[in-house]
Write a protein that binds this ligand. Structure first.
Ligand code: ZN
Ligand code: ZN
Length: 422
């Protein structure tokens, strides 16, 4: 199965011209055996630097692409951050002309950052269906401790070998599913913001992401039988999600309140005070359960007009208490132009009936929980190393990790009491 992604670029019904750097995605069993054919077909030629981590380099049965330089990064403690990207930039030969990432999300984000830095074409070889960022041109990097979403390079070519991807450990595939199921919340957030502030929603990009999500939602149960078809469907969904991000140039269709939970936990804010060893998609899966539960409980409120409050900026003292001194400055900078200021109490109250109907399309936390349980995925804060007592602070403060409007952020303008407060 090939995705001819060039057809997604160009003038769209939304009136915008969408950029698409990715030219071809191959999703096939044994695709790596034809790696050179695909490179030749797209005319990607020149001195190659192939980047692995110590785990992906050792994958049994992996047909490693040939190249002039190989860089193998230590997998233990590897993060897409200012340290690993500086290391790769230093280790790459000066005359490298093509970067090839062989691995999961972290190796890809490091390579896509360096490809952008050096202005080089980049080729993606995912070794597990573990995240949705392979095709993306943005990456959520950990930058001096804080989470920053940065513009990076998208791959020109993706070669997804299903023989390798289907052999990856199930917990890695389950993280990809967690990352994808988050789109139920992310897409709802996008539509809700459109209702409240008039933020643009491109119908084409929306439907591509929704189709990618439905692909994964329908097929993830088949993974247990280990069928190649299920892995094909999941990989297709993950790659399409990245292409949708590339079309819009941001992670808006892919990342809402559930990703903010994940990123908030990841930076170890003072208000939580513990480190989670969990993978990105594991945290997003738990964030999706939390957001789905909170949103559905909010939707039980029929009339919100008595509960809406005027906008108030977030005080510095709150940011300091939540994030601690180490992250305060970054958090302050992130929130300095608070997107919530665009919301008026009137607009929020007026949109409420539509918001409730948008929420009704998100599967319940119980439904999502059942799917994650079937796959043996992480399903609660404790599973990802965070005490359950942190739940209220996560619900209340996770939106502050990123200045992107979500319904979770709009809760600051709602007087919620009792069980609704949670
Ligand atoms: Zn469009
Ligand atoms: Zn993600």
């Amino acid at each position: 199965m090939n995705i001819d992604s060039t057809k997604y670029g160009g003038l769209c019904q939304c009136g915008k011209e969408h950029q698409m750097a990715t030219r071809l995605c191959v999703i096939e069993a044994g695709a790596l055996h034809r790696f050179e054919d695909y490179m030749a077909q797209l005319g990607i030629a020149g001195k190659r630097c192939i980047v692995y981590d110590t785990n992906t380099y050792m994958i049994s049965g992996l047909q490693r692409p040939a190249g002039e330089q190989e860089v193998i990064m230590e997998a233990e403690g590897l993060h897409a951050d200012e340290v690993s990207t500086a290391e790769l930039l230093k280790r790459m030969d000066a005359d490298v002309e093509i970067l090839i990432a062989v691995g999961g999300g972290t190796v890809h984000d490091i390579v896509r950052f360096c490809a952008k830095e050096r202005n080089l074409p980049f080729v993606s070889v995912p070794t597990a269906a573990s995240c949705d960022g392979f095709c993306s041109n943005v990456a959520a990097m950990t930058w001096y401790g804080y989470k920053l979403t940065m513009a990076c390079a998208a791959p020109e070519l993706v070669v997804a070998d299903l023989n390798i991807i289907a052999e990856a450990p199930m917990y890695l595939t389950a993280t990809g599913i967690g990352d994808m199921l988050g789109k139920f919340v992310a897409l709802a957030d996008w539509r809700i913001c459109h209702e409240v502030t008039g933020e643009e929603v491109c119908p084409t990009i929306y439907s591509i992401m929704n189709e990618a999500l439905q692909q994964v939602w329908t097929h993830c149960g088949d993974l247990l039988e280990g069928s190649i078809d299920a892995y094909r469907a999941i990989t297709y969904g993950l790659l399409m999600s990245g292409l949708a991000m590339q079309m819009i140039g941001t992670s808006r269709p892919a990342s809402g309140a559930e990703h903010h939970v994940s990123h908030f936990i990841e930076v170890e804010p003072a208000a939580i005070g513990v480190k989670s060893p969990a993978l990105h998609g594991e945290k997003v899966g738990v964030g999706t359960l939390i957001a789905s539960d909170v949103y559905h409980r909010m939707a039980e409120i029929e009339d919100i007009s008595e509960l809406v409050l005027p906008y108030e900026p977030i005080p510095d003292e709150t940011l300091l208490a939540v994030f601690g001194e180490r992250l305060f400055e970054a958090a302050q900078k992130e929130n300095s132009k608070d997107c919530l200021a665009a919301v008026t109490p009137e607009a929020l109250a007026k949109a409420w009936p539509t918001i409730r109907s948008i929420i009704s399309e998100i599967p319940s936390a119980e439904e999502i929980h059942a799917v994650l349980e079937q796959l043996g995925a992480k399903r609660c804060l404790q599973d990802i190393g965070i005490p359950e007592e942190a739940l209220p602070v996560i619900i209340k403060r996770s939106p502050l990790i990123r200045n992107r409007l979500t319904l979770m952020r709009m809760r600051r303008m709602l007087r919620l009491t009792g069980a609704d407060m949670m």
